[in-house]
Design a protein around this ligand. Sequence first.
Ligand code: IMP
Ligand code: MG
Length: 161
Amino acid sequence: MKILYSPQTISNRVSELATAISRDYDSLVIIVILNGAILFAADLVRELSIPIELDTLSVKSYDGTQAGDITFYKDIQIDIKDKHVLFLEDIIDTGNTMTYLFKLFEKRGAASVKLCSFLKKPKAKVNIDYLGFSIPDLFVVGYGLDYNEKYRELPCVGVIE
Ligand code: IMP
Ligand code: MG
C-alpha cells in the first residue's frame, strides 16, 4: 500500500479542524455519517472545546442515479429543530449523498447545516465548510475508509497497489 497521510499528519490536521470549528460555534449538533466517518469523528470531537450533542446516521446511496435515490439504514434520534448541525463525512466523491442530506435537514428545521469532510475528490460538487485534505481521483482506504468493508482500522490513509 502507498501511504498518502500518516497518523501524525492526520492528527495535526484534525486538531486544526477542531480549532476552527470550536472558534465558529458556541454549541453544535454533530451528525456522524456511518460507517466511514467513525474514526475521524472520534478523534475530532475529543479536540473540540465547545459543548456538543452527538448522533449518527447511515444511508445507502446508489451510483449513477439522482441525488434523491437514498435509503436510510439509520436516522438520527435527537431533535435538531433550531439547532446548528454539522455533518461529519469521511470523503466526498460526487457529493450526491450530502446534497440530499442538506436539503432534508434544512426541511427538518435546523438553524444551520454545514459539512466537515476528512477528504474530498476533484468531482465533488457540494460546498465543504471544513475540509481535511483534497485528494486526486484515487480510491483510498484507511482511517475509516473501506474497500468492501476492509481496511477501515488502518491508522493512515493509503492507496492499495
Ligand atoms: P458521494 O460523495 O455521494 O459520491 O459518496 C461518497 C461516499 O462514497 C463516501 O461516503 C464513501 O463511502 C464512498 N467513497 C467514495 N470514494 C471513496 C474512496 O476512495 N474510498 C472509500 N470510499 C469511498
Ligand atoms: Mg461513507
